[in-house]
Design a protein around this ligand. Structure first.
Ligand SMILES: [Zn+2]
Length: 226
């Protein structure tokens, strides 16, 4: 399989809801978003990129969907089911429109909590109830999850496998294998320079960051921290 670069977005443009503490840097402008999509579409192999969106903001539908369709690109949307229909977030009509346009819908849980902090039963609810709500809306199986805040550990991985997810998307950065269960992505932020975005799109990481990423992913996969 070709190594692939996962690019993760959150909100685009002006937020239409109150942001969580620490969330603002993950919102980017409409122009920044279009610029990244243009670069992906113009790259020698656009299929080397997987575009994803976390949180289920309304901009997923209003801004991202037409911009993707215009460029012939598709994306995965990881939706927080606790926010469906709330102001500034996707509603069921939006989700169905994304699906009908060929986008993939996945779960980001219900309440935007860090999964390692949850007790087993609450974790199972986050993984399973969010998915069944999305399956009801989409009328087809939902098999992938975007991990909130990129925070996971060995117990979370076991719970995701036990819940029969087939792929889970973290925020570890760098490249991934397209058929891997755990697929690292890089979240783009509004304060990233052009040069930083260039290196993300090139899948480049310094030796130090690569080492930190490898050790971090090993620890998160094999150790339970919660
Ligand atoms: Zn999130």
């Amino acid at each position: 399989m070709t190594p692939t670069i996962g690019i993760n977005f959150h909100g685009i443009g002006d937020p239409k809801r109150n942001l969580e503490p620490g969330e603002a840097p993950y919102w980017i402008t409409h122009a920044q978003f279009e610029n990244v999509l243009d670069r992906i579409a113009a790259s020698p192999d656009p299929t080397a990129y997987v575009i994803t969106f976390d949180d289920g903001n309304q901009s997923d539908h209003d801004i991202a969907l037409p911009a993707l369709v215009a460029r012939g690109l598709t994306a995965r949307y990881f939706v927080l089911t606790g926010r469906i229909g709330h102001p500034g977030s996707l509603n069921t009509k939006h989700i169905r429109a994304l699906q009908e346009a060929g986008m993939t819908i996945g779960s980001h849980g219900i309440a935007h909590v860090a999964w390692p902090t949850l007790a087993d039963d609450a974790l199972t609810r986050e993984l399973c109830d969010s998915r069944s709500q999305l399956e009801d809306i989409c009328n087809q199986p939902v098999t992938e999850a975007g991990i909130p805040f990129g925070r996971y550990d060995a117990r979370v991985m076991r719970a995701l496998r036990a819940a029969h997810y087939t792929a889970v998307w973290s925020s570890d950065g760098g490249r991934m294998k397209q058929d891997a269960f755990l697929r690292p992505r890089t979240s783009l932020r509004g304060d990233m320079s052009e040069a930083m975005i260039d290196s993300v799109l090139a899948g480049q990481m310094s030796l130090r960051r690569r080492l930190r990423r490898t050790l971090g992913m090993m620890r998160r996969r094999w150790v339970t921290t919660g």
